[in-house]
Design a protein around this ligand. Sequence first.
Ligand code: C2E
Ligand code: MG
Ligand code: MG
Ligand code: MG
Length: 275
Amino acid sequence: QGKRERRGTITLFSERDKAQIQRNANIEQALRLADFERELSVFFQPIVRLDDCQPIGFEALARWHSASKGAVAPIEFIPAAERMGIINQLSVILLKKALQAAATWPPSLRLSFNLSANDINTSEGMAEIVKVITTSGFSPSRLDLEITETAVLQDLEKSRRLVSALRELGCGITLDDFGTGYASLSHLHALPLTRIKIDKSFVADIEHNEVSYKIVKSLLALTHDMELACVVEGVETPQHLQRLRELGATHGQGYLFAMPLASDQVQTWLQSQAT
Ligand code: C2E
Ligand code: MG
Ligand code: MG
Ligand code: MG
């Protein structure tokens, strides 16, 4: 069970596959009916310096409260919107909302925003993103755009060119989920990156698993040698923090510091950190 069998050209799906297919169809249907301006919102999770735990900025994380389905997680609705070819439309709405909120923050704080494959692989999609940024009044030099290796790999040459345009605007470019993709180191070289984010899966068992510890250690050494900034995701415990400090990691993000916050909670959180 749970394993797909192939007989000739007929594919037999397990009950679990069927449930997933049904769920995907439901999400797509709900997306078709959604009023994105109303139903989408953006939460913000601090990115902090690991020495004093003070924030350098926030990552925008999409939240969808569907009128028909209630809360749907981004790992479900973002891929669904990508399959439906409507992700760029969502990115535009989310980026506008994120920039609007970030405009009220102290100017020393940066905004990080996740782009999708379609945003960085099509000239039309990228033009929409650039338009939102340049008309927002928010300084592109305070903005970091997060891209994933999987997105880049769909068309390396094209995404390299389009992402370079963002870099030329003054935005930072972060490679997200680093270590989980098809990590060919040559991509690091080909892209105009300013920062990488080490995926939370490596941090989860850093205390108990020697291999994870060594992977984080070598990823940190690599980014250091390439003169890239680095953020470590998924810092959940004081033990994680201690290990990461020992390894010389400088920036992190995770539940230990804060959960993703609604935009109206950001000021209160900042005040609580300052005291
Ligand atoms: P991501 O960009 O790698 O974001 C980090 C995810 O880890 C977020 O999940 C965040 O809430 C979660 N997280 C933060 N701290 C911790 C921790 O200490 N432990 C653990 N286990 N998890 C932690 P979230 O918000 O559910 O987003 C999931 C993914 O959905 C994101 O991964 C990103 O790939 C995608 N996503 C979210 N918002 C957007 C968006 O606006 N646009 C696009 N294209 N993708 C988005
Ligand atoms: Mg991200
Ligand atoms: Mg990530
Ligand atoms: Mg991730």
